[in-house]
Design a protein around this ligand. Structure first.
Ligand code: SF4
Length: 437
């Protein structure tokens, strides 16, 4: 896999090449070792003051706003002829809430220190903007190269909820910064899982997007790995294992950016374990696991399965709950669906995908600004990443709108979207009245 280069000082370090991290390096042991130093913490203080500030600033759960009220009223609310149905599991997951709160706590603990984050703390523009306002700096990236030059040994560096690669951790430890690691424990669990594959000398099949930060980090904890983005790619690999198709050259071309250095499909697909990017479709990860299990049974016989296939459950509960909740909402047949969440949020894209597959008109927006209340127009994103504009998206008749939000979306953003919907409807009514005069 093409690893992200990291720049610090005069060196431009392509991970695992010129850095001392080589094949014998033990990433999990290294991270554990960091934990024993006074330059690293992953302690969540659960400071009530930080929690209160987050809510006051509209970052996180809202206990009194419209979303909280809708939740109280059995997840439904009617206004301006629009019935809103809220998914019974939506918004901030505990891993994201914990990571953002740890940023607030770090700011309070180190009031005079320069603070950096290796990436967006979570994939939500509102939250990241708020952190910028608090004086938290983001490491800049140009053409896939992260620039750590401005980071000094006195700095505090936060690792985001979806983690950071072991190369970045080592680089930061070498600079001597204070590392605040907010990596979600569910993500760490996946890292432990690929570490177990490595110890058994199994190849990790990672269900994920090879360019996603979380998958880059997970891959750095694996030894030999292959990233497959969906069941279609997994089928392709399984056909290859069963000698039913492609040549090695075709294999290497197809997975050009999605494997470990020196990966050889002829020998490295002999024994595999499956892990996942925690935000992928749960059903798809399970199907990929089953597919590899069947393939290994077919190739090596049921009695030898244990020597060729290894399974651990690394599907995040929060992702699963949000995906189950949108399916439940779809069963109630809303007229349209609104999905709220950052445009680079993987878990939100999957919520949009589930709704699109159910053939419900679905609009994925990251902020309320995507809704033009004057002209009844909406800009939205498809699950394939295409931006679209729809005129007259809200009908004049009464309608039911299903709404949910991704795991990195503060309730306040959903409330702003709801306000924009009601405002659009109110303006529509005024326009109708004027036209009828
Ligand atoms: S979606 Fe799951 S893995 Fe990701 S931060 Fe939330 S709880 Fe953690």
């Amino acid at each position: 896999m093409k690893k992200r280069a990291l720049v610090h000082g005069r060196s431009n370090i392509p991970a695992q090449a010129s850095s001392p991290i080589g094949k014998d390096f033990d990433p999990r042991g290294y991270r554990r070792g960091l934990g024993a130093t006074n330059k690293y913490t992953r302690k969540f203080l659960n400071d009530p003051d930080a929690k209160r500030r987050m809510e006051d600033e509209g970052i996180g759960y809202s206990s009194t706003g419209l979303v909280a009220q809708i939740k109280e009223k059995n997840f439904a609310h009617t206004e301006e002829g629009v019935t809103i149905k809220l998914a019974d599991s939506y918004g901030f997951c505990w891993g994201v809430e914990r990571a953002v709160q740890m940023c607030y706590e770090a700011r309070k603990q180190y009031p005079t220190k320069e603070i950096w984050i290796t990436n967006e703390i979570i994939h939500n523009p509102t939250v990241n903007m708020r952190l910028s306002e608090m004086g938290v700096n983001f490491i800049q990236e140009t053409d896939g190269v992260k620039n750590f030059n401005p980071v000094k040994s006195e700095s505090v560096v936060i690792l985001p909820a979806f983690g950071a690669s072991i190369d970045e951790m080592k680089l930061l430890a070498d600079i001597g910064v204070m590392i605040v690691d907010t990596t979600c424990p569910w993500v760490s669990r996946v890292w432990n899982s690929v570490d177990r594959h490595a110890r058994k000398q199994f190849t990790s099949i990672i269900h994920g997007k090879f360019e996603h930060e979380e998958t880059i980090a997970t891959a750095s904890f694996a030894k030999t790995y292959l990233v497959v983005k969906d069941i279609k790619e997994a089928r392709w690999v399984c056909d290859y294992i069963l000698n039913r198709g492609a040549t090695k050259t075709e294999f290497m071309r197809k997975f050009k950016n999605a494997h470990s250095d020196g990966f050889d499909p002829v020998k490295d697909l002999d024994a595999v374990g499956v892990a996942n990017q925690t935000t992928m479709l749960k059903g798809e990860t399970e199907a990929i696991g089953k597919l590899f299990e069947r393939t290994m049974m077919e190739k090596y016989g049921v009695q030898n399965l244990g020597k060729h296939y290894f399974v651990t459950n690394t599907i995040c509960g929060a992702t699963q709950e949000r995906q189950d909740a949108i399916r439940k909402l779809i069963d109630e047949k809303p007229d349209i669906m609104i999905i709220v969440g950052g445009f680079n949020s993987s878990n939100t894209s999957h919520l949009q995908e589930i709704s699109e597959v159910a053939s419900i008109p679905s609009y994925w927006v990251d902020t309320a600004d995507r809704i033009d209340t004057e002209s009844n127009r909406i800009s939205w994103k498809t699950s394939c990443g295409e931006m679209r504009e729809t005129e007259n998206w809200l009908p004049q008749d009464s309608l039911t709108v299903g709404i949910t939000s991704g795991a990195s979306t503060p309730d306040k953003v959903v409330e702003n979207v709801l306000e924009a919907i009601f405002k659009s409807r109110a303006k529509m009514k005024v326009r109708c009245t004027i036209n009828n005069l």
